[in-house]
Design a protein around this ligand. Structure first.
Ligand code: SAH
Length: 260
């Protein structure tokens, strides 16, 4: 898969893609990330990418022309599998389902806004998707673009060591939580400062382990993300409820009492 990122800070991406899964996937030729400097598509001496907002007010707005020019020169004839994403605080909330969808496309182009945002004609007439990574305002779309690339990259075939491991994670229908959160994980030592890993995970009984993980995933979702259960119409009373009246956790009891 090819990711294009359009930004006024190309050097920003030297960090985020230079580690771990994404770096290895790039080296293995499973994905390619092309960073494009928006200023390369400006025509004036000062390489101006922004201007004052019509109607007055604070700040500057990224101009439409260089962004259209850039996309039209990266993809002179845009084909269906070439999606343009505008990162924006006003966009639809990015979630796993969208990442799954993007992972099936051959190419994705991410436009990073800055300042007060981007001329609205980019959202209206150029971008296929306007996407936010959360209900907060960042100072630029670069971090958001890196989040989208990372979330999509790890879904590409062959990128994770174990082909199916992405399928078992939080928010995936195929995961231990069946669309909810992933189950919690433990590793050695089995006893750390007196806090024990659940005994069932040590006994090698795969069916018991599967059932335990499914329940632990549900319990954790109920505790931390009841909204996910509501969305799926699966809301129930929290297990061994450790929530205070106000919803504040007083003393968490991890996944029921597990005897060793
Ligand atoms: N004036 C805008 C915020 C502009 S922030 C507003 O109030 O909605 C500048 C740029 O940062 C945006 O154009 C966008 O590309 C990026 N950005 C900010 N918050 C974001 C978020 N939650 N998700 C994705 N991109 C975001």
């Amino acid at each position: 898969m090819i990711f294009h990122v359009l930004t006024i800070f190309p050097e920003f991406f030297q960090g985020p893609f230079a580690h771990g899964v994404v770096k290895r996937a790039g080296e293995a030729g499973l994905l390619e990330i092309r960073i494009h400097n928006l200023r390369d598509w400006t025509l004036d001496r000062h390489k101006t990418v922004d201007d004052r907002p019509f109607g007055g007010g604070e700040g500057m707005v990224l101009k439409a022309e260089p962004i259209f020019q850039a996309v039209e020169s990266i993809w002179p004839e845009r084909r269906p599998g070439q999606r343009v994403v505008l990162l924006s605080a006003q966009g639809r909330l990015f979630e796993q389902r969208m990442a799954n969808g993007f992972a099936n496309e051959p190419e994705l182009l991410l436009i990073c806004g800055r300042y007060e945002g981007v001329d609205e004609r980019v959202a209206e007439h150029l971008a296929d998707h306007e996407i936010s990574i959360g209900n907060y305002v960042l100072s630029g779309g670069e971090l958001a673009a890196a989040v989208v690339v990372d979330a999509v990259a790890r879904l590409l075939p062959g990128v994770l060591g174990n082909e199916s491991s992405a399928a078992f994670e939080s928010f995936q229908d195929t995961g231990h939580g069946q669309g909810l959160l992933d189950c919690p994980h433990w590793t050695r030592p089995a006893d750390f400062r007196g806090w024990k890993a659940p005994q069932v995970l040590l006994n090698g009984n795969h069916e018991q382990i599967r059932q335990f993980r499914q329940q632990a995933a549900r319990d954790k979702t109920t505790r931390l993300r009841p909204d996910l259960l509501l969305i799926r119409g699966q809301a129930t009373k929290p297990p061994n409820s450790s929530q205070g009246e106000s919803g504040t956790r007083i003393h968490p009891e991890p996944y029921g009492k597990i005897e060793d």
